[in-house]
Design a protein. Sequence first.
Length: 262
Amino acid sequence: MSAYLSFDIVLQLFFGGVIGLCLGLTGVGGGVLIIPILQVFFGMHAVMAVGTASLISTLVKVSAGIAHIRAGNIKWKEAGLILLGAIPCVLLTTELIVLLNQSAYYSELVNQAIESAIVLMMLLSLVSLYLKSKHAGTESNPVPRRKSYSIAIGGGCGAVLGSTGVGGGVMLLPAFNTLLGVDIKKAIGSSVVVALVLSGVTAMSYSRGGQSDWPVAVVMTSGAILSMPVAMRLVKAFTPAQLYRLTIGVILVALAMVLFFR
């Protein structure tokens, strides 16, 4: 039993390190990567995986968010407007899911719906990032947007993140980069900081409903924090085009895990 527990902890630390590298380099590593890992390697059902992934994302993104703030990689105005729309939607969505998951009648349906939504968001993100990567070397001339446009985007991102745990790299990154015209490096930094706040709100809601595994979250977070400084040094060596390709690759791996290995 002791050897089994030791192996389990080593596995959690390893995957935590992988998540930290992916998050620091691409902004992807929250729900999109953690949830498939928790389901495939640790046997969690969808709602528990979302709650635990949100907790891990929150703990990991504290250090990542601070690093991006220090590097000046944040578009504060756009981030604030996104949060204004997202936070109420996160609160509403998470409370509804936790409530429905407590019902024997709706629990299985909720888990299946969440899994389908995660796959859909991965596919949409891949299309968005692929199209944007075609213009990675060109100058960005963002179109001025009304504040209500950014707030509405935030509302959509908040609803998805609250229900699936997916949002940082899969929704927020394309939202900043593709819809709001923020360059890829600042889009990564901004998505990490916004996702930190939203993941925190999501994690609190799921934890209150008993849908978070704290021991697993703490160990995986430790592994991610250890690998984060390496990622922050590496990101400076990548061109925008390389960052796009790396981000797309991470999402493809996570999608394959969800579709073929659960």
